[in-house]
Write a protein that binds this ligand. Structure first.
Ligand code: ADP
Ligand code: MG
Length: 190
């Protein structure tokens, strides 16, 4: 009863984290017990802020991006009796997060997950895709294309200022890598 699965998606800089924080904050104003979770890069459990590109921040549980991290989200949510949970960067978690979040929604929790739609090659992130088809509501956000100013649906990966080739390594040690929001026309994968 009252359970709901909502997915916020789009490319980088679309305002996904900002929207997630806004929605969690509104729920706390409505006196609902709410928590925010985010993946850790170094696989440790801690508490830290979720920070958006515009500086907006909100305190969060930081959980590892493995199956134990997903179990931790479920255990903390049910153990502490949270009525609303937000999960940022959901695409970084293993596939089991899809069933876990869906089940929490079945159990009456308002689950808001925010995640990237597509990787730098414009291939879907499977976790986001599989959550989208199960969602009760989808918030599809666009950024602004850095080339033409039109709505951007893709994330352009740049290495030393040039479009990253399709076969570029996932982790680039010591390289100057960056991302820009781009529309379909200006998204390039050499
Ligand atoms: P996301 O979580 O989707 O990456 P954030 O909520 O962290 O997005 O940040 C959104 C903010 O990013 C915007 O409010 C704006 O200040 C900033 N921003 C920087 N570059 C762009 C861009 N190309 N298009 C839109 N917003 C941008
Ligand atoms: Mg974000």
């Amino acid at each position: 009863p009252g359970g709901f699965l909502e997915i916020i998606t789009g490319p980088m800089f679309a305002g996904k984290t900002t929207e997630l924080i806004k929605r969690i904050e509104r729920q706390t104003f409505a006196k609902r017990k709410a928590a925010l979770f985010k993946p850790s890069i170094d696989n440790r459990y801690s508490e830290d802020d979720v920070v958006a590109h515009n500086g907006l921040r909100y305190e969060a549980f930081v959980v590892p991006t493995n199956e134990e991290g997903v179990e931790l989200i479920e255990r903390i949510t049910l153990g502490e009796g949270f009525e609303v949970i937000g999960v940022d960067e959901v695409q970084f978690f293993p596939p089991v997060i899809v069933e876990t979040l869906n089940r929490l929604a079945d159990e009456g929790i308002y689950v808001i997950a925010s995640g990237l739609n597509l990787d730098f090659k414009a291939d879907p992130f499977p976790v986001t895709r599989d959550l989208l088809v199960r969602a009760d509501n989808i918030v599809y956000l666009t950024a602004v294309c850095t080339v033409c100013g039109k709505p951007a649906t893709r994330s352009q990966r740049l290495i030393d200022g040039k479009p990253a080739p399709r076969d570029s390594p996932i982790i680039l040690v010591g390289s100057s890598e960056s991302y820009e929001a781009r529309c379909r026309e200006h998204h390039v994968v050499p």
